[in-house]
Design a protein. Structure first.
Length: 163
């Protein structure tokens, strides 16, 4: 494998990972929009769009996307129940995203098996606390791209139609 082939495989894997990340952000933004509209939180489209943009930042982004809707619900109704509903919505979206959306989208776009996209961030998060979870998704995309390239190289070549 020459250098240009390495760049092609790695670049393609990272491109697929980025596409998967953008699709995940859009899906999370839509979940926020639906939930915030259902809860009648003021400026729901703004908060959903902000949550979608911040979804790209691991760990900190989703939490930062939560601050606006909680404050809007608190200022609108001035009680503890409505902000609690927003927190419950955040928890539901985090579970759906972490266990369903991200693994499915990574499997579809970057060809990463669901078990790997669930297990690897946990293992790397234990081994290298912050960086492991941050680097797990793009690293998985690159590893499985090389695995697919290697399997493709070992396939027997057929010379013509077989009868």
């Amino acid at each position: 494998m020459n250098v240009s082939e390495h760049f092609r495989v790695t670049g393609g894997a990272l491109k697929n990972w980025l596409i998967a990340q953008i699709q995940d952000s859009i899906a999370v933004g839509l979940l926020w929009l639906i939930g915030l509209y259902a809860l009648r939180v003021p400026w729901a489209p703004l908060w959903a769009g902000l949550a979608a943009v911040l979804q790209v930042v691991p760990h900190l982004g989703p939490v930062l996307g939560l601050i606006g809707p909680v404050l809007a619900a608190t200022l609108r109704w001035q009680d503890w129940e409505h902000p609690l509903y927003v927190l419950m919505l955040y928890a539901a979206i985090a579970v759906i995203d972490g266990f369903v959306l991200q693994p499915y989208i990574m499997k579809r776009n970057a060809r990463v098996p669901i078990w790997a996209s669930l297990l690897t961030p946990i293992v790397l998060g234990i081994l290298i606390p912050f960086w492991g979870v941050l680097l797990a998704p793009p690293l998985l995309a690159v590893v499985f791209a090389y695995k697919a390239w290697h399997e493709k190289q070992n396939l027997p070549v057929q010379s013509g139609p077989q009868n």
